[in-house]
Design a protein around this ligand. Structure first.
Ligand SMILES: [Zn+2]
Length: 314
């Protein structure tokens, strides 16, 4: 999966999360508007609109506006000429800009722009996650390729960027800021932190993907250190092992290995510890030893469990 589609898939998954608490609905929309909101003048009336190129995000913005304002948003779609095949969606919040902007924390009650994040949105943990998700949907980016881990939130002002850093800090994530041409980017570089960030925003699918990529790199490094081995053969073993190890890491993160059925638990731990071992070698490590086909069968069950957890989330 390339970077573009990984980022879009992540947003797609985040956009499908069904938030029900009114506090979080407001916070998610506030985050989204903070990142992707614009003032638009139409027929002498200033309106707030949210712009996105991602159809899933557009749908989400539309639903959030209805939930928060109790009214239907106007939706406009425009084919962009410069970027082939990409469409720009504009979700227009009903009513005047001043009311919408005040409600979403873009301005204070005197109508002055607020550059940071309104404290009230960050009081509860559920809301902090929702706000972060909104920000990411609006102007976030993630890359999960084996050679470049990167997750970022773009912020319009330095103050905003600092607030995002503080917000991530509350979840134990150390982010940094870099100045871009037209904005400030708050970014995470470590795969573990990126995985944590995706998880706290509620994405499980991309997390699985990221786990697999991370494991792939780990295993590849290990292979490079091995000498006198039949590379071709090893690659085959490794490729099959990879996905399994990523899935097991995912199970471990989501439900914990200790909650697996007993006959799968030990094998799961061994697979994590020895990603380069063949099925036969793995079987020999288990007490009492298992046949190759038995190991294969159990790994398949683990794989099924990982998929089930992922689907439950969706
Ligand atoms: Zn909440």
């Amino acid at each position: 999966m390339n970077t573009q589609s990984f980022s879009a898939a992540t947003k797609g998954e985040l956009a499908r999360i069904k938030e029900e608490r009114p506090c979080c609905l407001l916070c998610e929309l506030a985050g989204l508007a903070k990142a992707a909101g614009r003032v638009k003048n139409e027929n002498n009336t200033a309106r707030l609109e949210i712009r996105t190129e991602n159809p899933a995000v557009a749908r989400k913005a539309f639903q959030l506006v209805r939930a928060v304002f109790g009214k239907q948003a106007a939706l406009f779609v425009r084919q962009q000429r410069r970027l082939r095949r990409s469409k720009l969606y504009r979700i227009c919040v009903p009513g005047e800009f001043t009311q919408a902007a005040l409600k979403l924390g873009l301005t204070d009650r005197f109508g002055h722009p607020v550059s940071g994040i309104r404290r009230a949105f960050l009081r509860r943990e559920c809301c902090r996650r929702a706000y972060l998700r909104g920000l990411f949907l609006g102007r976030g980016w993630v890359s999960g390729t084996a050679f470049a881990y990167h997750l970022e939130f773009a912020a319009a002002s330095k103050r905003s960027a600092e607030d995002v850093v503080a917000l991530l800090g509350q979840f134990g994530l150390k982010a940094r800021i870099t100045a871009r041409k037209n904005c400030f980017a708050v970014y995470l570089k470590k795969s573990g932190a990126i995985g944590d960030c995706l998880r706290l925003m509620g994405a499980a699918g991309p997390l699985l993907e990221l786990e697999n990529t991370r494991v792939f790199r780990e295993v590849k490094n290990r292979i490079n250190r091995l000498v006198n081995c039949e590379t071709a053969n090893l690659n085959k073993t490794v490729e099959a092992a990879l996905q399994r190890k990523g899935e097991i890491g995912f199970i471990s993160a989501r439900i914990g290995l200790e909650n697996l059925p007993e006959e799968l638990r030990e094998l799961a731990r061994l697979r994590l510890a020895h990603p380069e071992a063949s099925l036969k070698e793995l079987g020999e490590m288990v007490r009492p030893p298992l046949s190759k086909s038995c190991v294969n069968h159990r790994l398949r069950r683990l794989s099924t469990i990982a998929r089930q957890i992922q689907q439950e989330k969706n």
